[in-house]
Design a protein around this ligand. Sequence first.
Ligand SMILES: Nc1ncnc2c1ncn2[C@@H]1O[C@H](COP(=O)(O)OP(=O)(O)OP(=O)(O)O)[C@@H](O)[C@H]1O
Length: 599
Amino acid sequence: MDSPSVAGGSMDSSASMLSNQLRKGVRVVGKIRPFLDSEIGGPSGRDQISVTRSDEHALVGLGEQSTSRKDSYKLDWCYNQDEDIDHVYRVEVKPLIEGLFCGRNACVVAYGTRGSGKSQLIQGSEENPGLAMMAIGEILAIANEMRGFVTVSSYEVSQDHIYDILEPKEQEVLILEDAARKIQVRGLSQVPVNSISDFKKLYFHGCNTGKACQKLPDDTTTRNHRGLIIYLSLVDNESNKSLVGKIGFVSLADYEDVKQKGNVKSQLAESSKINKSLYALSNIVYALNAGENFIPYRESKLTRMLQDCLCKTSTAVVITCLNPFPCQDTVSILNLASRSCQVANQHRHYSAKVTKSGSRFGQSFTPSTVAIRKMPMSVKKNEFAKCTSIEKKGYTTPSTTNRRWFEKLGSSVKTPGSRMYRSTGYKENVISSTLSVRYDDFDTNKQFIIDDTIGKTVFDERPTAVAIDSTNVENQPLLVKENPSSPPLSERLREISNSLKLLSTKTNSIQTPKSGEYLKKETTEPKTPGVSFPMRLDNESKFEYIGTPREVFETRSTGLKGIGEKRAAYILELREESHEPFKNMEDLRELGLSRKQVT
Ligand SMILES: Nc1ncnc2c1ncn2[C@@H]1O[C@H](COP(=O)(O)OP(=O)(O)OP(=O)(O)O)[C@@H](O)[C@H]1O
């Protein structure tokens, strides 16, 4: 039997790899499972799924003849039958692991119809590892070298109740929100894992409890979501700060259209609960990719559980598992997937901030409706500044130390499949207003820039060693191309002002490199100044400082006696709106500064 037709299939997915490594938001990709023995030589003439791939996205068609737009579904990417799980791991999951070592949480979710390969993809078996096992192999390899500590939790979601798998209890797992609105999971055990064999015992034999963790092949009575969380904690040798991150793997129960099956009442209830959490997940992905301010986590227990792995500051991939022979449920699944993926949403970034949160399932957007929804000029400037700064924060990682470690590690990362993978070395520098982010690709020795305003990569042929004046982007026509759809100048200025405000919170704590190798690098490459005091992004994409109250107070100080952070920000804002200089003391007093502060 022929493979499903894949136009552009001969093309290596390097384009996908590149955009994937530099991604933000949630990628929504497809994976067509291989034919089973029983399907080979089956009735001919059955419609097969077809995939057409371009540089930026994939169109999944239902049936070989389905070349019309109506029958095809646009996804960020789609892996065909011949591309094995190993390949999916390298492109989609490996970059998330790199982020994990920089303190960025991550999430991998698989969903699909019955028998579409979800369990094989996420869990796999001892002989044919799935994504979760490949990931833990790599995490353990790096963590052991960095003296990190790895623990795992495993859970299942049944009828919207969450249960611990590694240490089963009567009570369900509770998901609470603390005073700082952080998610706290109660009643879910965390088991230390030191080696891949430890993990296999837990994951496949459930040795912690005697209960098998992997889904039994003939267990068709219940349909549950299954999740694994891998936690990593380590101490950054350079800063001596601890870093905690986690990556979640979830394989959702089969999607079944409740209306179409002749199910009994209890099965209907089960199916509708399963579908409800799938819709909830889709709404989250949609809201994140559309850049909405409100993310509806409360719609299901599963989405609450995933809240800190699937948010604006994390990286995530949702994999739609597809049977090679589509059915009606495949149409529903593809509808859900294409609605929430980035390629469909990327043009909406600016308009999404000013529209009401409209992440209801079934809402459809066509390219034409997206294109005409431009940001009205009457929108309050603050609105724009607020949301773009959230996205901007999502890009910055708390520490470059571990990324450096990755760069040095380069080709020596080993995965359980005993293959050697090259870790694509890249390094990000936020330039100018942070609307554009520069990356150094150490493999090609070239630089490239992701211009957020146009959502495109602009390559620069200069070798990475060339010094670039980060404050003078205007003089570098090669780097950032002017784009008619980019926001007006006033909004760019506001971005710059926001960056300044951020820096002004700790201008006196910029770290200088210590010695030799790094010193050379630091002097030639522009970098976002680091703060000597640890900050990290909370779930709501706000910076939070970690430390004693006094340290926090000192960090937040502007360094100007008597002027607090808020007032400094206010002054900057006024300066930006009116370019008139302050002429006399009276002008400053009008801002609310006391006589003492003015003098
Ligand atoms: N990448 C793959 N390589 C080889 N076989 C695969 C692959 N993916 C799936 N299969 C096979 O397809 C069948 C269905 O896969 P799997 O059980 O993972 O699907 P599922 O979506 O989890 O099914 P369920 O409906 O039971 O939840 C299995 O026999 C599995 O061995």
